[in-house]
Design a protein around this ligand. Sequence first.
Ligand code: FAE
Length: 548
Amino acid sequence: MTGNAMSSNGSKGFTRRDFIIGTGSMAGLGVAASAGLGAAALMAAPATADIGDGARVPALVIGTGYGGSVAALRLAQAGVNVHMVEMGMAWDTPGSDGKIFCNTTNPDYRSFWLRTRTKQPLSNFLWFPIDRDIPRYTGILDAEEMGGITVYQGRGVGGGSLVNGGMAVTPKRENFGAVLPSVNPDEMYNVYYPRANAALGVGMIDPNWFESTEYYQYSRVGRKHAQRSGFSWTFVPDVYDWDYMKQEAAGTVPKSALAGEILYGNNGGKKSLQKTYIAQAKATGRVTISPLHKVTSVTPASGGGYNVVIEQLRTDGTVLTTKSVVADKVFFAAGSVGTSKLLVKLKATGQLPNLNGEVGKGWGDNGNVMCGRANHMWDATGAKQSSIPCSGIDNWNAGGAFAEVAPLPTGIETYASFYLSITKNPHRAEFSYNPATGNVDLNWQAAWKQPAITMAKTIFDRINSKEWTIYRSDLFGGTKVWGDHLTYHPLGGAVLNKATDNYGRLHGYAGLYVIDGALIPGNTSVNPFVTITALAERNIDRIISDDL
Ligand code: FAE
């Protein structure tokens, strides 16, 4: 860690560059337009400008992940001025190493949200613990411990898109009824999934390059083993810029996905929301963002609209100042856990007492469970691995599991195949307010992962028996075979058509909306962000046409 890097996004919560450009952003847009500059120049104009105490805004969006970014862009295009409030950092300023984000192989102060020691999803390698001490900092990945489960989430402008694998999967239509039972599949598959995929920049790896590059040997081994056991193996779309990745392999651009950048951000071809929805939203000139600002309360304002209390954070997590603003409409887009925690607390403490009894319910982990397999020496998975997964094994209908063939980009040959499975785990947990601590707890039980393990085993027991291989027992501490302590895919807590109406309007309060993963009842059968985005597109369409 360097003093420079710390202070560049330092204690005032915004950079000098943000301040200069933020305060002049409208003027900047005017200059760009009159100079005849194209959309690219406009899209490059940053719009981080901290909200002022006492401000009044037409629409306030809490969080800058998928749901929040869709809401901001579409509202702005409809002529509404939007302010987005994000508890994490802007992630637009390089550290002393010249990079904005750090690498998975060398997690530094930028890696974790307010921790003094990393909490890596794989805690061990060859049984050696790999976590390390780090300075407490508003880093990019939150490993939030919620009782029986660690929930990994992105923190910063772009939310989960900053840290995720970019796997952009539309669920099979035949499974959609179980994902969002109250939503008309025709409108989703004809309009909103295509709209979301286009705006996110979803693409597929070139199959010819896949066959030849050393960086996907792990995936080809995964395919061989899946197919020899009779499973359906499939390419999975992603938002990574595949042409850029080819250039990384050719050595014509700096390596990013091919240098293991993913979990703590990606400096190269990853099309995070910063490059897609948020860039477009900023280009409208109607959207501003306050990074390092955390919403703590939303209550009805006496003159109409809502009072929103916001803490401005320093990079050590302490509160610099507390602001109070008024918003006509408030969109909860703080992610499944963030939105649920806020709503449950606001209801329990009498700040939003009319929220209904469904608030806090229906939370699931998308059935996430991880495992590794130890291959024979003739099935090397490669010392060089792209950090972007591109394939999966589909046993959803027969066994309740869809498994991504995941990378283990350690830089050395491990002879390991590694997988993140999404399963039909039926367990759902509930958030509740704890008056003794003032916190919101989740009643997830560690033992509830057993159905997920059983479903994942329908794939990997069969592959192990066919290949004469065994599970790796060195990755999760002790001799644990299953990474069953975590989820990357929190979903639910303010479920559509239960806590809200069928378009995300919270019952009990006109002008309050949920528009993120909290709406989805615990499972999407595949990786969730395309569904979160498409649902947000559907809901904001209706909200703009009926409520504005
Ligand atoms: P999210 O993206 O989490 O955004 C919420 C934002 O709100 C965050 O930026 C928070 O910092 C912010 N926030 C929270 N509380 C407050 C507050 N009180 N005040 C202000 N701001 C607040 O929500 N999904 C896929 O589909 N494919 C993948 O390959 C994939 N890989 C993943 C890998 C990892 C390591 C992780 C952690 C997740 C992965 N996901 C993946 C899940 C995906 O990123 C996640 O479902 C979405 O990001 C959720 O979108 P939301 O809009 O619900």
